[in-house]
Design a protein around this ligand. Sequence first.
Ligand SMILES: [Zn+2]
Length: 133
Amino acid sequence: MKFFSFPQCSRVTSILNAVANENSSSRTLSCVDTFNACSSGVIAYTVIATTNIYYCSIFFNEVATSNLCSGTSVASRNVRGGTTLHELTHATSGTDDVTYGCSADQALSDSNKIRNADNFNCFTTQVYANTRC
Ligand SMILES: [Zn+2]
């Protein structure tokens, strides 16, 4: 798996640590589409100005991380934890949406890999599948 290149490893660690250590008392994670941004295919979104995160109805059709061992695949990108991690990298590290899909993520340039939120979703779910199943 090559969701990142070797020189980027410390940056990957710092972005994932920012998610792991997220402890904001003011950030909202809402299941209400306050901004009517849940158009077709949108699973969740982060409002950059506030870093608040909003979940769309299709998010609730996604599956638990443990389903990576049976019932879903990394490429399906339908794990609730992966989606939440994607949004939290926007909120805590200002990542962007350059592209979506694990194959497309891996085809990005190094500079785009490290700023693309979906690379963190695919990378972390792949690590889970490889080490926890
Ligand atoms: Zn995103």
